[in-house]
Design a binder for this molecule. Sequence first.
Ligand code: ADP
Ligand code: MG
Length: 316
Amino acid sequence: MGEFELIRQYFMPLARLHGSHCVVVGPGDDCAVQRVPSGSDLVFSIDTLVEGVHFPLNYRPDYLAWRALAVAASDLAAMGADPSCFTLALTLPEVNESWLRDFARGLGNAAESFGLGLAGGDTTRGPLTLSVQVHGLVEQGSAICRSGAMPGDLIVVSGALGDAGAALEYLDAQPPTADEQFVLEQYHQPQPRLKLGVALRHLATAAIDVSDGLLADLNHILEASSVGASIERTRIPISPALTRLKGSAATEYALHAGDDYELCATIPEASWENAPQLLKQQFTVIGVIEPTPGLRLDGTAVMSESAAVGFDHFRR
Ligand code: ADP
Ligand code: MG
């Protein structure tokens, strides 16, 4: 099977999925064309996943496809953008049709679920690597940046943290227990918080998605906004499954482990008080932004050189 037959058979069909209404020219030409409505800003980001670095060797292709699109889409969520379309650069060691079929199925499910149409891509031979570029739209000037947090703002996080990080210990469980299975699902099929991101527009002063660990990612907001923060350990949302698996250590996973793809945002107190109940139920208040730089956990400074560093490819 040649490169073009492969693209035609496995990837072209995904172009017709939900979300592609903004794609005026899809896969098959030299470029894709996206129509950007007047009054909108185009928000875009690219993420690369390398086998053995970002996902295990011989990882299930449907999970891989889902994760690749989910981690990219999560960045759109953090900016409060409506998802529109994506491109995929795929490097494969060989053409394995059953692998490709499963990969395309996982990608199609994710594309449908996140509302992202496939607009084009690139297919090459080499060590298994994926780059996904996602496009989203916001009303002009309303993208939520990391730099807008103000002293007094409440710090909120969506969902529960730490599950995906703990799941790394159970990847080979045969068979996993129900609690192990629960955290494994958070790792294999993360749900980018796209609807919550859009709901935070005009409400949050800053936001980030938790990809490298809460402390590390919150620290990015603090640095970009030139502020500090105090958060409380007992307020960090933890799933019942993680509590049962890890007991009192569960909070450490929530603070330091990555791969959760929940949102962390800062919201002025008055806006939070007046926010729709439905939105408030999706977030937990974990602390407050302060004028004094630095991050404090239960009153103790978190050393930015240790706890707040998170995962960094070039510091090992
Ligand atoms: P060019 O040489 O002009 O860059 P390519 O040969 O790389 O074009 O790709 C041909 C067409 O197939 C392009 O429209 C491209 O967007 C599409 N394409 C290539 N790989 C993929 C893929 N993995 N998924 C979706 N579309 C793809
Ligand atoms: Mg060309």
